[in-house]
Structure formats: structure tokens, C-alpha cells
Design a protein around this ligand. Structure first.
Ligand code: NI
Length: 284
């Protein structure tokens, strides 16, 4: 393991544990919340922050002030101070929101696709957005032009095994070969070893992760785009579940997914979200 990679792993390994599901691919609500609260500690969304500020003005403090006010005869003035304290709290809440943008990562599995990945890349470029592509090694080998575009346009590439296999149900040796073979293909395009692994079906193992010296990244929102193939439905799933540091799972092999992804970007950028590659979320 080289030094850069070692430091990378050490810093974020604790956070990553939260992304791993020990027993299956489905991330439970509790785990989602754990991931979310770990990632958004100290930031919070605007509404939450305002509510917290609201709660920081306890009723009994207000009463105390009023009592003091009565005793020195300037009750109204002090009462006004207490109220303005509440307004300041609310203002501080919205100030924090604008200072720190909420982050979201779009991740695309199972590509690159000869038709829909280029379409997606065009849309991402128009919007100045970087995404993460967990490519299948075999596909990457067959689509050199698309792979070159992904790299040249600054997106992050992760490993999704060579043949899209369920590595949890293979021998350790065979699983490792699948991952390393995909890495070899990716290195030909990027010039460096990929750090991130998304096991197909979300079926990873911590032992394997350690063995191949990679970091497993799952997701916090599953759009089920491959099943519904419905632009509106994909969008509404994201809008319903999105929060700071969300990692969205999509597949860049359907026109509905490409259109939904671009629509999600247009809407959430206006709402103050910054679209980043997964390393930016996992590292923070
Ligand atoms: Ni997949």
C-alpha cells in the first residue's frame, strides 16, 4: 500500500463503517440516519438549525427576565430584548445554511454504456457537475471512448467488479481476482489505482475490503431506476429522501435515468445543493 492510499484509508475508515451493511444490501432507516447524522454533524439543514435555535430560548429564561423587569420597572424593554433574541437565533440559522452548501453525490453503476453514458456526460458538463461512475471492468474495456471522456471530464471512477458478480457468494480468491481485474482496466484509463469499490448488489465483505485495500461505498438513496424506468418516479424518490451528504444510486444505462438525473440536478442546485464526487462526502 502506498503512503497516500494509507493516509486516505486511515482518515475515513471510521466513517465508512457506517456505509457498510453487515448482512445485506439494503440499508435500514436506522443506518441511513446514522450515516446522515455522522456526516452532517455540526451542519444540519436550515429548518433544523432554526428549530434548535428556537429551543435554545427556554421559557423560564424569558420569565426570569420579565420578573427582573418588573422589579426595576422597565418590563416592556426587557421583554422586547427577549423577543429579539429569538429573531437573532433564526437569522443565525439561515446564515449557516448559506455559508456551508449541502452536499449530494450522484453515483452511476453498471456502465459505461455506449449510448446513455455519453448523453449523461453531456448533461453533467452543461451543468458543471462531477459524478461518480462505478464501472464494470468488462464494460470499461469495451467502451474506451466513453471511459476516456469520463476521465477527461473530471469524474471519479470506482470499481464494480469485472463481471458484475456477487462477491459475497464466491471464494475469497475468486472475488479478489474479480476486483483486481477490474482495477487493471481502470488503471489503464486513469493511471492510478481506484480507491473505491461498490460491490454488486451491495454484497461486500469487510474482510475482502481489507484484502484488496479498497474502500467500499454503498448508498443512502436507492432510486430503483432500473426497475421503474420512470423519470418522475426516480425524481420523487430523490426529493423525498434527499438530505445533506446523500449518496444516490442510479444506473447510466437507461434514458429515463439520464433525464431524471439531470432534472434532479437542476432542481436541487436551485435549493442550494452542491453535487460532488463520493470521496468528498466520505472524507468529510
Ligand atoms: Ni450493479
Amino acid at each position: 500500500m502506498n503512503t497516500k492510499k494509507y493516509v486516505y484509508r486511515t482518515v475515513i475508515s471510521a466513517v465508512l463503517l457506517l456505509f457498510l451493511t453487515g448482512t445485506g444490501k439494503v440499508i435500514t432507516e436506522t443506518e441511513k440516519q446514522a450515516v446522515s447524522s455522522a456526516n452532517s454533524a455540526g451542519q444540519g439543514n436550515g429548518a433544523g438549525t432554526e428549530q434548535e435555535h428556537g429551543r435554545m430560548l427556554p421559557d423560564d429564561r424569558g420569565e426570569q427576565k420579565e420578573m427582573q423587569a418588573d422589579s426595576d420597572g422597565s418590563g416592556e424593554q426587557k421583554g422586547t430584548h427577549a423577543d429579539s433574541g429569538g429573531q437573532k437565533g433564526a437569522e443565525a440559522g439561515s446564515g449557516e445554511e448559506t455559508r456551508e452548501k449541502k452536499k449530494i453525490a450522484l453515483t452511476f453503476d453498471d456502465g459505461p454504456d455506449s449510448e446513455y453514458t455519453p448523453m449523461l456526460l453531456d448533461g453533467l458538463a452543461e451543468r458543471g457537475v462531477k459524478a461518480t461512475f462505478f464501472v464494470i471492468g468488462k464494460q470499461a474495456e469495451e467502451q474506451p471512448e466513453v471511459m476516456k471522456r469520463i476521465v477527461d471530464e473530471g469524474h471519479l471512477i470506482g470499481n464494480h467488479t469485472y463481471n458484475h458478480v456477487d462477491i459475497r457468494h464466491m471464494t475469497q480468491t475468486a472475488a479478489k481476482e474479480e476486483i483486481l481485474k477490474a482495477n487493471e482496466v481502470i488503471i489503464k484509463y486513469t493511471g492510478e489505482e481506484p480507491c473505491f469499490l461498490r460491490p454488486p448488489f451491495g454484497n461486500g465483505t469487510s474482510r475482502l475490503e481489507k484484502d484488496v485495500e479498497m474502500i467500499q461505498v454503498l448508498w443512502t438513496i436507492d432510486t430503483m431506476d432500473w426497475a421503474c424506468k420512470n423519470e418522475a418516479q426516480i425524481c420523487s424518490t430523490v426529493y423525498r429522501e434527499v438530505k445533506d451528504n446523500s449518496i444516490i444510486l442510479m444506473h447510466d444505462e437507461y434514458p429515463t435515468t439520464v433525464r431524471a438525473a439531470l432534472r434532479v440536478i437542476d432542481k436541487l442546485q436551485k435549493e442550494g445543493y452542491e453535487f460532488v464526487t463520493v470521496d468528498k462526502i466520505v472524507m468529510d
